[in-house]
Design a protein around this ligand. Sequence first.
Ligand code: CTP
Ligand code: MG
Length: 233
Amino acid sequence: LNIFAIVPAAGTGSRMKSNLPKQYITINQKTVLEHTLNKLSYIKNINSITVAISPDDEFYQDLKIENPKIQTVYGGNSRAISVLNALNSLNTDTKKKPDWVLVHDAARPLVCPDDINKLINLAISKQKGGILACKVKDTIKKSVGKMQLDCVSETVSREFLWQAMTPQIFKFEQLHQALSDALTQNIDITDEASAMEWAGFEVMLVAGRSDNIKITTPEDLQLANFYLSQKKS
Ligand code: CTP
Ligand code: MG
């Protein structure tokens, strides 16, 4: 079975409010993107890793990338377009196309390799796409408006609520079709699963560790630094 990985790394990291895009910030001696690529490099079943970088990227070339399975492609103005560009680059006649594609955010360097393997094995054994996710822990409030100081309209039961994470794994042809159709029809796509759900596919929720955080704001950097320095695998 041919499993390829795609790593969207073409964002600007606006919520981090740093002068470097967050994937290039160094924590625990390596950049966020290097940590993430190292994690994926441990996974024996992944045969190729395509990193989507910005056409304006000035930093990727300075990384220490030793894995010959890693290549880059240009990303676009949204995460979904970055992933679609990477899928398009894998869909040429000259290349052997993957059976499955696993998409993982550059901004999630804490992912645990055991969880990646668990997701891959479940997808293959059940022949169904899936995502790492964790059950919502907090009490969830719905607001009457979009702003702070607006009031609560209701408390939402968290019984059925999960927080979506990455990696997300799908059959290559299905994801490629779903994502390109959804983007053509201007559907708001925030992860691969939302394109698959929109196209009518079932998406499996696979429980993953909750410390697989997406580095988004400055507080997350401190947390990630703490976790990475714990040398967990
Ligand atoms: N991403 C991408 N192409 C984009 C936007 C995002 O490849 N046009 C990538 C980011 O680099 C990141 C992942 O998608 O690894 C998750 O996105 P997010 O955390 O939202 O990152 P940014 O969009 O860079 O951050 P922000 O939304 O705060 O600007
Ligand atoms: Mg973003």
